[in-house]
Design a protein around this ligand. Structure first.
Ligand SMILES: [Zn+2]
Length: 128
């Protein structure tokens, strides 16, 4: 029995079509190609946006690390008012000395959590 797929609507052009193969989402290779291009464009925008947020975090950690009052520790609020955004995913995690857990890093700048109940942080700068 030949495969009979229900009629679908192409998400790109809106045309109705009946897929000849299982898993087809687009009416034509032209629409498939347009969908790929759109995805590639969106990924590029998303990557640029994430790169900007990472840059901003690196910049704020660098600036805060140069302030003498924050040499040994800072609070979460110090970091936030200094422009640090905790929602940005770190670029890497590294073990520092004998730290039990890996420390989140934004490029060369790490944020070592010093106390769990009243969290304070220490900015670590690994010179590359
Ligand atoms: Zn189409």
């Amino acid at each position: 029995m030949p495969f009979k797929h229900p009629v679908l609507t192409c998400p790109i052009c809106g045309d109705k079509f009946r897929p000849v193969k299982e898993g087809k989402k687009f009416c034509s290779s032209k629409c498939q190609k347009r969908a790929w291009n759109q995805q590639a464009k969106q990924r590029k925008l998303l990557n640029a946006w994430q790169a900007k947020r990472i840059e901003a975090n690196i910049f704020s950690l660098k600036r805060l690390s140069e302030m003498p009052q924050f040499k040994n520790e800072l609070s979460r609020d110090n970091l936030i008012s200094g422009g640090f955004d905790f929602s940005v995913a770190p670029t890497s995690f590294k073990k520092i000395n004998d730290s039990a857990e890996s420390v989140p890093f934004y490029a060369d700048f790490g944020l070592l959590l010093q106390n769990d109940s009243i969290p304070t942080y220490k900015i670590i700068h690994l010179k590359s």
